[in-house]
Each structure stands twice: as C-alpha cells, then as structure tokens.
Design a binder for this molecule. Structure first.
Ligand code: SF4
Length: 198
C-alpha cells in the first residue's frame, strides 16, 4: 500500500476552506460568549416584571428602538435562520389595545404607524426571543415594576462588555445601529429607525 500523502495546505482551495472554518469557529465562540453574557443580564434583572404588552416592540408607539451591534445582529440572524429564514417574518401581529392616535381623530394606530418590529410574530411574540438583543432585555415600560429599581451602572457595564465583544467581531469598530436598519442591511424585512434605546 503506498504511503498516505498528507494534504498540501499551501494549495489555494485548502487555504480558503481552512480560513472559512477558522472564521466559523471564531464566530461560534463569540456567539457563545454573547449567549452567556445574555444569561448574566437576564439573571441580573430577574426581579423586573414585564406585562408582555409588546408595546416596546412598536417603535412608533414608544418613539424608541433598540440598537444592535454586529455580534448581536449575528445572533439574531442565526436565530432567524434556525426558524426557517426571513420569509417567516413580517406577519401582522395582533393590534396593541389602548393606543389611539389622538392627532388623527382617535383612530387606532395601524401597524405601519406603530412601526412594529419585524421580529414580532403573528401571535404577538418575539420570534427570536432567546436571542433578542440587549436593548430588548433592558427596556421596561412604565407598567414594569422592580423591587430594587433599575441599576443603570449594571446596564452600562453590560453595554461595555457587549461593545468589547462586537469590537472582536468587527475590529474596525461597531457602535451599534437601530435594529430595523441593521435587519434591512442584513436582508430581513424592516422599516426605518428612530432614536436609540440604550
Ligand atoms: S427583537 Fe423581539 S423583543 Fe426586541 S423589539 Fe423585536 S420583537 Fe420585540
């Protein structure tokens, strides 16, 4: 039997696939770190209540929108892919009750007026809940309650850690973009984006 020849790593096709494998492994490592960080975030703010009204997922209602860094967007994209891709998004969620546009004859806001997050599904739930960005985990409307109050210093510390992760993912720097703009750039269903949430 002839001796087995080891693969020639200098061959361009092998170099390319090795680089892609390295990139995939590096991204998977960063996403694991982000998921672990999100678990810490959730544990830190476990005392906060959320009435699950989905008001904060309607950026035209709150006038605010979460910002996402590149690494947060990568986790969202992975979650979208895992549920079948962007074609499963953008379905109309149930209306938000109790919100009327008084400037226009008290008619109920449409989903376009509300600027509903494209990740809010037809059942009124976040389609990528376990992978939702940091801004969605730390936004509480006035109906939310917290025994200890909101620890802004803890929020700022988490933001710094996420930005450090994002800088390792996109070394040229990533200060975050409005979620809808980031999704549009990534090819998901979206609209324009207003003020930052964090
Ligand atoms: S990502 Fe999920 S939690 Fe965040 S605004 Fe969109 S639907 Fe709501």
């Amino acid at each position: 039997m002839p001796p087995t020849k080891s693969p020639d790593r200098s061959h361009p096709s092998l170099r390319t696939s090795t680089t892609k494998d390295d990139d995939r492994r590096a991204l998977a490592g960063l996403l694991d770190e982000l998921a672990a960080l999100y678990r810490e975030v959730d544990a830190s703010f476990a005392g906060q209540t959320c009435p699950a009204s989905t008001e904060c997922c309607r950026f035209g209602v709150t006038g605010r929108e979460p910002y996402v860094t590149s690494i947060e967007l990568a986790l969202v994209q992975r979650a979208i892919a895992a549920r079948g891709g962007g074609r499963t998004l953008g379905r109309t969620p149930p209306p938000l009750t109790g919100h009327e546009d008084t400037s226009r004859g008290k008619r109920r806001l449409t989903t376009v007026d509300e600027r509903v997050c494209p990740l809010l599904d037809e059942n009124g739930r976040c389609a990528i809940y376990t992978s939702r960005p940091f801004g969605c985990r730390t936004y509480w409307c006035e109906r939310a309650t917290s025994p200890a109050g909101v620890d802004q210093r803890a929020i700022n510390a988490f933001v710094r850690r996420i930005k450090d992760l994002a800088a390792r993912h996109a070394p040229e720097g990533d200060l975050g973009r409005p979620l809808t703009r980031a999704l549009a750039g990534a090819g998901a269903n979206s609209g324009p984006g207003p003020r930052r949430r964090r």
